[in-house]
Design a protein around this ligand. Sequence first.
Ligand SMILES: Cc1cc2nc3c(=O)[nH]c(=O)nc-3n(C[C@H](O)[C@H](O)[C@H](O)COP(=O)(O)OP(=O)(O)OC[C@H]3O[C@@H](n4cnc5c(N)ncnc54)[C@H](O)[C@@H]3O)c2cc1C
Length: 426
Amino acid sequence: MYHTIVIGGGCLGASAAISLQRKLNKKGKQEKVCLVEKAVLCAAESSRHSGIVRSANADPDASMMAMISTKMWKNLSEVWGLDMELDEFGAIWIAKKNSEGENPVWNDLSKRMNKINLVFEEINSSSAVEKCGTTLLTDENESYFYEPDAFQLDPSILRSTLYDALDHNGVELMEKTEVDTILTKGSEIVGLTTNNGKISAKNFINATGAWSSQLFSKIGIKIPVTIEPVSVVNWMESPKQIRYEYPIIADYTNLCYFRSWRGNKMHAHQPRKRSVYEIAKNFLNDLTTVNGGEYLNEPMNQSLAYNQIKNYEDISKKRFSNIDKTVYASGYRSFFDITPDLRFILGKDSKYNNLFHNLGSGQAMKYCPVLGESIAEEIMNDYDLINKFDYKKFNINRFSDDYMKEFWNLVQGEENTLHRQGKNTL
Ligand SMILES: Cc1cc2nc3c(=O)[nH]c(=O)nc-3n(C[C@H](O)[C@H](O)[C@H](O)COP(=O)(O)OP(=O)(O)OC[C@H]3O[C@@H](n4cnc5c(N)ncnc54)[C@H](O)[C@@H]3O)c2cc1C
């Protein structure tokens, strides 16, 4: 019997397994953590992300967690027992100014970030160009903010580091092992059946991301998670124009994130949609399309259509002066796993005493060290980190029947008409 079985070998499952095994090892316990993955480590969303780590966030708890996470990434040997290469080039945030020529929302964010010692400061357009080179197109109606501590990492290096850290700390990794049935007794989970036999443990962590709602509905837990498809492109670039040491560009004018990629490429993807109507549409779509995360591993879904590449080309041309002279290198489709409020689902389940959730809601790679440590602390009853932010607000119990009723009321009946969608706020 294992101390804990983590279901799902993405970056969130792997980091939780590593943190928990390290805590057990430090206490001199002989007990083992087992990580069960139906394909291979980071087979899904965790290998198709952009590797961007920025901390400024409208939600103060999310910014605090991102700050702690940034410190962990930069001293990873303390958290995972080994270090990883990071590219620390900072990030430039860009948005349209309001009719008074200001950006009060980000000015306010800057003040709040200052209070937690996170630098997120306004810079002028020439300073932005200086940091990027003349290929960056600027506009007097835009404002520019700089987050120097932001960094980027390489998803394939993260994947290798996770393999090494699991091994280094003694986590048992079972790949190509799919959990089929969750066995319960009263308010406890007692075991799992898989294609490689039955396994049991004292505790269970759900880190199955987009697959969560399908797997756990079998034992009566409603996990409101679905997928929002997204496309990604990489443009071949000249290092003479866009060097590798290029800041991340978080472009909220054109709704696109850009970063330099190995092999002299410029990488671009669009962010999650924020309106309740758009979020709910993904929950509706899920009923009629390929189930949950299977979307990603379906080969027919991998290639990009011409209009998607063209969309990115049009956006890129608005931000970079030279992109029309460059070459499309590669692209693929991926998905964000999203919840109704676009926040994580973290911590103990409301129905089963020995079940803990660790899900990302579309933007969690950067938080994986802090999320792994937090879940490990909760399981070990050894609170330190989770006292530093409001961990409980991310608990699954917030999605009560009343909450979900209100959510669906926003997209049903009269609310589901186009003339009302602009008014929808949750
Ligand atoms: C285009 C794109 C760009 C992104 N960029 C960033 C970024 O710059 N910064 C950032 O922080 N985040 C980013 N993200 C988000 C980030 O990738 C995810 O939040 C993160 O990878 C989620 O990790 P996970 O472990 O929760 O999920 P996953 O990686 O999806 O892992 C879930 C795992 O569970 C396994 N599984 C499912 N069912 C079972 C079962 N029954 N039995 C066993 N195993 C099972 C699956 O095979 C899968 O490997 C991006 C996402 C996308 C799509």
